[in-house]
Design a protein around this ligand. Structure first.
Ligand SMILES: [Zn+2]
Length: 577
């Protein structure tokens, strides 16, 4: 994705935008030394652990681990995709985003315009058709919700929209590209006919497609826009732009199956609801939902189809469960959907059901233990066979370790034996700050300094690149030293965005958030000490590779050993100074 926009532009953009100003508009920042602080917008807290560094042009929360550049902040806080975040920042900075030759051109504004015009026309039609008004009334929708969700109506007939917005070859083509026409023997005709219309918006609130609900028994009951240049149903969640508007950062987002469910729940005060659009939950859906909230609750019917859809959602969610993210599952009584349930039983009852939804880990183990005979060794072996590949798909971290431990515990004990029931002991995602700090190797320390202050690369001599050294991570170190030497004035944020597609980037991002104990003035000294310690480690590693006893050494080894001992002495001395 990053390849579409030239790297030099990202660097230029981050040079223009001030992250303190950008975040300060959205979160009240207070100065604290050389940085700024606030209560974190990404997790609930009362004492500030969210910091913004003007030098690094980087933010970092010590509580939940959220961090990134101005682009990353826009992606996480506003829920934007990378390209949208870049465009939004560029607009703010008065820059226009160049595109690399050969990349797909941006869909022109006229496509958005024709979708907006169609939306306006559908909305206009609703009050003019008594049977449509009667239908939405029967479904219990009030005027406020119809207005907020921009619900409209596509009249019966074949060319209402075509007459309104078509007429010339260009206009008809635009309507077709927007997914609003169907093709028949005699030419094009309106795709949506005699249906209540729910517009589908992108995260920036622009109409990109429509869903149409039949009013009687016509099939299909739900008809969505086809895939177009703008509309990809595997990547869109209905009403996400409205859910995100209800609060700056949602604590929780509820994913349901249909737009009627979203609208009904909103009317009963649950404004944090989105829907997949007639498709199984994809990993993209899960990622997009997690960008909006740390906790995602999937809500499904309790019947066989609902269970199947829920399991698909779980499979799509597992690879997205990074630290700090939680998923839960709510199964409704058979024959109910959120729309029918909340109308019958009310908001309080639905709220209770939400509170009692299953943690992902509970649902995961319940699902598997129900499939096998837990009282037989074969059954428990089968459990491991089934569950292990899915657990291995979870990103490395504490949650995966705990799921693995839970699996081992279950496999070791018969169900009939007393044990802690998984439901009373759901695997929870621990906060990052509860993890024990690891001791820091000189290489890691050197990398950390470089990421945080790229200009330090000027201190690295050719000899200190340790061309022969085969320690893990040395190739990244050498690449980073060369990169920083070429770009000494980059901020941390610019460096990380330049490395966005590099396999080592996630590792460097973590290093960018590590606290360094020294003051800015001492950083050069600490960095040089790390280089010396690194070379010392390498020298010692080489010495270990030579036989201990002089009698076992070859002539060359003896010479090398002597050289290494001298070098070690010199390094120790330079460190002591
Ligand atoms: Zn936080």
């Amino acid at each position: 994705m990053g390849g579409l926009i030239p790297e030099s532009f990202i660097e230029q953009l981050l040079g223009r935008v001030d992250i303190v100003e950008l975040i300060g508009h959205r979160v009240p920042l207070k100065r604290a030394g050389k940085e700024f602080q606030a209560c974190c917008p990404f997790h609930g807290e009362k004492t500030p652990s969210f910091t913004v560094s003007p030098q690094k042009q980087f933010y970092h929360c010590f509580g939940c681990g959220a961090h990134g550049s101005a682009i990353g902040f826009m992606m996480n806080f506003e829920g934007l995709e990378f390209i949208d975040a870049v465009e939004e920042l560029a607009r703010h900075a008065g820059l226009s985003v160049p595109r690399e030759a050969g990349s797909k051109p941006k869909p022109e504004t006229s496509l958005f315009d024709v979708l907006a015009a169609a939306n306006a026309w559908f909305r206009d039609q609703l009050p003019k058709h008594p049977q449509a008004v009667a239908y939405v009334k029967k479904r219990g929708l009030n005027a406020e919700i119809i207005e907020k969700y921009e619900i409209g109506f596509a009249p019966a007939g074949w060319d209402g929209l075509l007459k309104q917005l078509g007429g010339t070859k260009e206009k008809d083509q635009l309507l077709a590209r927007a997914g609003l026409l169907s093709q028949g023997d005699k030419g094009s005709y309106d795709k949506f006919r005699n249906r209540v219309i729910f517009p589908i918006h992108d995260r920036r609130g622009r109409v990109i497609g429509f869903g149409g609900r039949a009013m009687q028994d016509e099939t299909p009951k739900y008809l969505n826009s086809p895939e177009t240049e703008l509309f990809h149903k595997g990547r869109e969640l209905y009403a996400l732009h409205l859910a995100r508007k209800s609060q700056a950062r949602l604590d929780r987002i509820l994913v349901v199956e249909g737009y009627m469910d979203v609208v009904a729940l909103a009317q009963f005060g649950f404004e944090n609801c989105v829907a997949t659009l007639g498709t199984a939950t994809t990993p993209d859906h899960a990622e997009i939902a997690f960008r909006a909230a740390d906790e995602v609750v999937f809500c499904f019917d309790g019947d066989a189809a609902g269970r199947k859809a829920a399991w698909r959602a779980l499979e799509s969610t597992l690879p997205k469960l990074r630290e700090g993210r939680q998923a839960r599952f709510l199964f409704l009584p058979e024959g109910e959907d959120p729309d029918s349930l909340v109308r019958k039983q009310g908001a309080a009852a639905f709220g209770d059901m939400l509170a009692n939804s299953s943690a992902l880990s509970e649902y995961f183990f319940e699902h598997f233990t129900a499939m096998v005979d837990m009282n037989s060794i074969d059954g428990r072996a089968r459990l491991i066979e089934l569950a292990r590949p899915l657990i291995q798909g979870i990103p490395e971290g504490v949650f995966r370790d705990m799921m693995q431990a839970q699996l081992e515990t279950l496999a070791r004990h018969r169900l009939s034996e007393p044990r802690k029931a998984p439901e009373s002991n759901p695997v929870r995602m621990p906060r990052r700050d509860t993890l024990a700090p690891k001791s820091i190797s000189p290489l890691r320390l050197a990398l950390t300094h470089l990421v945080q202050s790229p200009s330090l690369a000027r201190f690295v001599t050719d000899e200190q690149k340790l061309a022969e050294c085969d320690f893990q991570g040395m190739d990244i170190y050498r690449e980073l030293v060369d990169f920083c030497a070429r770009h000494p004035n980059m901020t941390t944020a610019q460096l990380l965005e330049s490395w966005r597609d590099h396999p080592a980037q996630p590792h460097l991002r973590v290093l960018a958030t590590q606290a360094l104990k020294g003051e800015a003035a001492n950083q050069a000294r600490e960095f040089q000490d790390a280089l010396i310690a690194l070379e010392l480690d390498w020298t010692e590693a080489l010495m270990v590779r030579i036989p201990d006893r002089v009698i076992d050494q070859s002539e060359n080894e003896r010479k090398l050993m002597h050289k290494l001992q001298q070098r070690k002495q010199a390094l120790k001395q330079s460190r002591a100074e």
